[in-house]
Design a protein around this ligand. Sequence first.
Ligand code: ADP
Ligand code: ASP
Ligand code: MG
Length: 852
Amino acid sequence: MKFGGTSVANAASWSRIRSLMESRRREGGRVLVVVSAVSGVTDALRQLGKCAERGDREAAAAAIARRHRELLQAMQLAEPAGLTSLLAELAELAAVGCQAAEARAYQARTQAFGELLSSTLGAAFLDANGWPTRWLDAREHLCATALPNQNLRTRMLSAMVAPVPDPALAAQLAAQGDAFITQGFIARDGDGHTVLLGRGGSDTSAACFGALLGAQRVEIWTDVAGMFTANPRQVPGARLLRRLDYEEAQEIASTGAKVLHPHCLQPLREPRVPLLIKDTNRPELEGTVIGPEVRTHAPSVKAISARKGITLVSMESVGMWQQVGFLADVFAYFKTHGLSVDLIGSAETNVTVSLDPTENLLDSDAIAALATDLAKVCRVKVIAPCAAITLVGRGIRSLLHTLSDVLAEFGHLRVHLISQSSNNLNLTFVVDEGVVDTLLPHLHELLIAAGSLRTDDDALFGPSWQTLYGTGDVAASVPAWWQEHGRERLLALAHAATPRYAYHLPTVLARVRALQALDAVDRWHYAVKANPHPAILRALAAAGCGFECGSPGELRAVAAAAPDAAGLLYIPSFAARGEFAFALGTRAVVTLDTLYPLQHWGELFRDREIMLRLDLGRDLGDHGTIRGGDSGKFGLPLDQLPTFLQLAQRHGARVAGLHAHAGTGVLDADHWGRIYAQLASLAEHIGSVSVLDVGGGLGVPAHPGERGLDLDALGRTLHGVKAAYPQYQLWMEPGRYLVAEAGVLLARVTQLRTRGKLHYLGLDAGMDCLIRPALDDSWHRIVNLTRLAEPTTVQYQVVGPICDSSDILGRDRRLPEAREGDVVLIAQVGAYGKAMASRYNLRDEADEVVIE
Ligand code: ADP
Ligand code: ASP
Ligand code: MG
């Protein structure tokens, strides 16, 4: 059991360590505890090692002594003799300092005190609390292996241990007791000097002991519940990885996930010792199991990680590239300077490589010396600071087709290098360091949305970090209406007829009320195209909502269901003259978004108030996508604005409002604030404008555990921009947001079949009822309502009855084993479900029922 720095930092943590040891003892195991230094102490010791002045070193040593004595006090322990002598030794080392030639050895010796102190303190605590624990010096058991071409720095501060199972040692310890404690991070070299295993190396110490002793398992106890699909401090939506094989976990660790030291899996592979990662403060959480097990599952991206502090070396050399031996010459310099190369990209006249700081313990002197030498054979450019962003997953090459949105993001950035590992486990992009923090959460969302991270496979992917630790608005923590209650009712509805849509009006009303609570918005217009069911239109009108229509048919539907609605907009696309004439005869405010109507039918708009839909350009569309068409179809480009205004004036049409709608599925609350601000600054030059309509596109998370749109943040943003431009009314047009979650599609299982490795589950509803999965890859949760409580044991391809190869509603869905006639529910289809249904194959259309 290895406990990290924060897990040994206070008395309460030590009590938890004690009870965790006890629980392992109850299982019949003997326990070896490996500890890190108390958090912050290694940093302090590193600082001490660098101080030139004796006084500074002594002050640093005194601060470290104080920290441990305070901890002793909190533990209500008398100072153990071992601790007193360690502190005296450290004080002595600090007083003496070292000669330049011994700097590395001195750093290793002083930094080792962190773990020596924490293990001594821990042993005293466990002894005093009824748990006699034998203290071992890790250096007696872990011996570093000298590697060819290793420089002094690496040998002393980032050493490697290659443990060989030692049954004799295991037997010897077994004879001595049940509980042991030792240090992480430290080992000895062939000459008996203290060496370090690199920052974060205590994980590796634990793994080495696990291999040496043939342990049942190695447990890494830290401050998170396991390895996540991304660094959870950076990406709160990151999902817990329930199980991983050694190779994938290794790849995630070595590409930036600090939760495991990159060298810690290697020692465990051959003896096949499994490794478990757990949270010391939340031991009830399941954690991550890493082991030899190879489970057959569809390829999936497992994680996205990032490493900062990457240095690129670009070497340009016309002509020399084809010469035999050029690369050998170039790489010889890297060897000379003790720098190992990580990623490589090459072209006819250029080779660019990256240096990984974790391996090299880079210092700028080494790089400068390298550059000077390289300049003898080529033109050198050092590019830093960069960051390497890596997608990890076994079989990543077979996932390329799902990565288009992710690749599009990189398209906006300066990408210095792309590298794809030869083991088919990773794909890496090197970009400027500054972009990483904002980019990573966004990429993680895109990976989930595209199904590249198959988070619906719950054997692999656990809850999100936010679900486990956060308080935010998390989809998974709020059960959908059909989960809470109404299962029996839905089953009855399905038994009467399928395929069938069911809409839950209370959910629609809850959503509209949540939006109406944002008082910065003056009027909400529901985008009727999402779902024109009369009951929904009536309920929204009664709640005070206006409507946005895109066709005469929609205008008629609103007139029939909600004649007194609070507001009516007509925003068509490429509508015919006759449709404009029709709309102008209703009470709808008409929106134009091309020059054509004013150029050719200007008299229609004489003395009318119109709105103008603008295309604000790429920037605002970045966060979402309008798929299945060219977004250039919508909105007047800004360079045509002066012409539009002249035409409007010529025909006496007054531009009373500006409108922009960019993107769908937007979860970034600032998006609409930016639109408002941009429209407002345009409106100031137009004069006649009193309304700014910032469109819709409010995102609804589809996957369990994904974060929803933060309405409070949206409210704050809109308040902010309205305060800056208070003279305009603010309108918005939610569609999907109001109705998506309210609707489910009920279908029945028609047939089952297995073909090769794939299991197919056939439904009586297909792309005729619900086209979005085929059309734009939308992801909908699918459950077997008949067997809701049964374990999900089979991975199905869920398909419909249409004779078309696109007729797939869900791929690789883990469901209970199904039988003919089972009722299957497809969730979140209240928007663009029935509205886009067809009679393809001349199948009867799904009917619709409303649950009041
Ligand atoms: P310890 O001191 O216990 O060794 P570390 O700080 O070394 O703990 O490692 C745990 C930290 O690793 C987490 O708090 C988290 O911030 C970070 N981390 C980075 N990437 C990941 C990831 N993919 N999954 C989990 N944690 C990660
Ligand atoms: N104490 C060392 C460090 O801070 C080793 C570890 O904690 O794993 O890097
Ligand atoms: Mg660590």
